[in-house]
Write a protein that binds this ligand. Structure first.
Ligand code: ATP
Length: 684
């Protein structure tokens, strides 16, 4: 593992190092695995009449008239007209007056950019300019497009990656030869190189297959090890039947659905059982998983034991904490002393919480990664609940479990994974499914529209706010970023403040300070903020039943599973809810994909239809699931590779369960650092 800092690369100083840190890259190893999020394909130039609108095109241009330059020194626009009967195309460049001397009359260039229709004219803004010879060199190649942040350019990333590739190669391959041959996987150095700088689609496909396989393979191997260590362990916290949970269920303002009751029965059986519980509860968005988690916590506390609920974001931790406190108060159970422990808990309070966990006076704790820091000692932690399994590595899953006697483990997930895949990905867990939504829910009304619909959408939101409801508006980015045409939360909030006078509009995104995020979320939950412009930080678990509109800008930039999660933020109460997906392009494929969402509110159906539509050949589309477990793999798109990796892991473990054979020596080392890395990521 190459953990040298980025500053060991040429051209990277402290300033650039900080920019890389913003996208989560701190060392060479991480940079090597920072795969492009897309690839730009340099296709043959086409005649103007064959250009496709809303897409990137390359066109030949013989300059007949010199370009015009308008404006002044500080703000100028260079305009060049291309004409091929019957098509006229206007090329424009902002603040690049020097281009006038490059674009000389009589010369020939290739211009490349997106063609759009604006006020009845075809325009290409800020096109790239190439000489025909230079373009020829690039032809058919795929140029990597990396995820960026303000100040970090694509060129900076690709140059740095190129250096690392040169420095690290040739690495020894740790996937055993036998497996590589059997599953037709290419060699590691080749895979890494082609994943970043593919020669063509075929090379990319081959590279991708290898990397995806490897990601799944390592994951499954560690999962199997985990299973071996934990399966059949005696339940160290036997639970007696108690009546409190029955009372809590009776006192609830609603009745549990049949599915909730069935799953609760399964949880209860597990908790009272002789062997340790290890269960996954899967249920579509809004199906009511949280109350089951709370019931399990109450039953555990009633028996004198502690439980911990760990969630991926602070916003969600706080929300769950508040609902738990309300539930306990309503049932006179505040003696369980629930606490909230997150990264932003102040030192003094933190010490108090640590003490109450150690002496056992706190029976329930909800929090983020802070819960698994070394300093936290529990008196008798009997139940660990993790929310949204996917966001935690295998290692994190057990870190909590290692604090004392192995506790019962309950995992909640809203990711609609088909059963066959779930069995692989959650190999160490039994699975329960909540396959029913609470009654009285009206199906969400959806529409997929283009940007011209915005004024109507704003009027609609205004009317909903007048009725006392609230709305979310989701943008893909936090702030404007060079070369990326997508709406951003910062500018959009300003725009909406103007467009929606008299309505309280605020923004929320992951880069804000925790205290600020909490404040905004609390004001939204209490109804004070009426429209929340946000990134996908609200994607998982956020529960504000009064919100009835979810408007998603640049819906094409999100995977369907992610859009389904976002949509799940509305329709959580009794009011009719609406979802407006705004398409930022006119691409046919996008339209087809979004139509699936438009016609169904069922997460499992959406995932399977999406898979059919994509087929396995689609390499470049948006990743389906927003999970962070894998760098490149996507559990939906790569379902077939997942199956193969699972097969391979079984074969390997049957042959050499402790990696003792010489050909598995390197793999053993990699497995160890794979687990350590996850530890390292969470600061253990
Ligand atoms: N049986 C029920 N009847 C009516 N409302 C319910 C029922 N169960 C839960 N709810 C309510 O439905 C809303 C959604 O429940 P919850 O937050 O548990 O969903 P979830 O399954 O965790 O969804 P997500 O995956 O989106 O977080 C909450 O406001 C909750 O109080």
């Amino acid at each position: 593992m190459n953990t040298e800092p980025l500053t060991t690369l040429k051209g990277i100083g402290e300033k650039t190092e900080k920019l890389f840190a913003k996208v989560g890259i701190y060392n060479l190893q991480q940079l090597l695995h920072y795969y492009p999020r897309d690839y730009d394909c340099y296709a043959e130039p086409v005649p103007l009449r064959e250009c496709r609108q809303e897409e990137k095109n390359a066109v030949y241009g013989r300059i007949v008239h010199s370009p015009s330059v308008k404006g002044n020194q500080r703000k100028s626009i260079v305009v060049l007209e291309l004409y091929e009967e019957p098509v006229r195309l206007q090329l424009t460049w902002f603040n690049m007056p020097f281009l006038r001397s490059t674009l000389k009359k009589g010369s020939v260039f290739i211009f490349r950019g997106k063609i759009q229709e604006k006020s009845g004219r075809l325009v290409m803004e800020q096109p790239e300019i190439f000489t025909p010879a230079a373009y020829h060199e690039l032809l058919a190649s795929l140029q990597p497009v990396y995820g960026l942040t303000a100040g970090l350019t694509n060129k900076m990333v690709s140059k740095a990656v190129a250096q690392v590739l040169e420095r690290c190669a040739p690495a020894q391959d740790y996937l055993p030869e036998k497996i590589r041959a059997r599953y037709e996987l290419c060699e590691i150095n080749y895979a890494l190189h082609e994943a970043h700088f593919p020669k063509d689609q075929e090379h990319l496909k081959t590279a991708r297959r290898r990397i995806v396989f490897e990601e799944f393979f390592l994951f499954i191997l560690s999962l199997r090890q985990l299973k071996e260590q934990t399966e059949g362990i005696t339940n160290a916290f036997p639970i007696r039947a108690v009546w409190k949970t029955e009372e809590v269920i009776e006192n609830m303002p609603y009745r549990l659905t049949n599915a909730q009751m069935r799953v609760w029965g399964e949880l209860e059986r597990d908790l009272k059982g002789h062997t340790r519980m290890a269960r996954l509860v899967q249920g579509d968005v809004g199906s009511g998983k949280t109350i089951l988690a709370f019931l399990a916590m109450i039953m555990t506390a009633e028996n004198g034991y502690q439980s911990a609920l760990m969630v991926p974001t602070e916003v969600l931790a706080r929300q769950h904490y508040e609902s738990l406190c309300t539930l306990l108060k309503e049932n006179n159970l505040t003696e369980y002393n629930p606490r909230l422990l997150t990264g932003s808990t102040k030192a003094k309070e933190r010490r108090e919480i640590y003490a109450s966990l150690e002496d056992g006076s706190c029976k329930m704790v909800i929090g983020t990664h802070a819960l698994i820091q070394e300093k936290v000692q529990y008196k008798n932690l009997a139940l660990v609940i993790t929310d949204e399994q996917h966001r935690f590595g295998v290692r994190q899953r057990t870190a909590l479990a290692e604090k004392g006697e192995p506790p019962n483990v309950l995992v909640m997930s809203a990711t609609p994974i088909p059963r066959t895949l779930a069995i692989i990905l959650y190999g160490d867990l039994s699975i329960s499914v909540i396959d029913e939504l609470p009654a009285k829910r009206l199906p969400i009304k959806n529409c997929v529209v283009d940007t011209s619909y915005r004024p109507k959408a704003y009027r609609f939101i205004t009317r909903q706010v007048e009725l006392g409801r609230q709305a979310y508006v989701i943008c893909p980015m936090v702030e404007e970023s060079e070369g990326l045409e997508a709406e951003n939360v910062t500018d959009y909030t300003q725009l909406l403040k103007k467009e929606l006078p008299g309505i309280t509009v605020e923004m929320l995104h992951g880069q804000m300070k925790a205290a600020q995020k909490n404040e905004i979320m609390e004001r939204f939950a209490s109804g004070e903020i009426q429209v929340l412009v946000s990134t996908t930080v609200v994607e998982v678990g956020v529960n504000v039943p009064n919100a009835t509109v979810m408007m998603v800008e640049n819906a094409e930039r999100f995977g369907l599973a992610q859009l389904h999660q976002l949509r799940g933020r509305v329709g959580r109460g009794e009011h009719q809810s609406y979802c407006i997906f705004i398409r930022g392009n006119k691409d046919q494929e996008t339209a087809k994909r979004l139509e699936i969402l438009n016609h169904s509110n069922d997460g499992f159906y959406i995932a399977s239809e999406d898979l059919k539509l994509r087929g396995s050949g689609d390499l470049l589309g948006t990743r389906q699931s927003g999970d962070m477990e894998f760098q490149m793999a996507d559990i939906f798109r790569d379902a077939d590779i997942l199956q193969k990796a699972s097969e391979a892991a079984s074969e390997l473990l049957a042959d050499d369960p402790y990696f003792e054979k010489p050909e598995h020596e390197l793999l053993k080392k990699v497995m160890k650092s794979y687990l350590d890395l996850e530890n390292h990521d969470i600061g253990l």
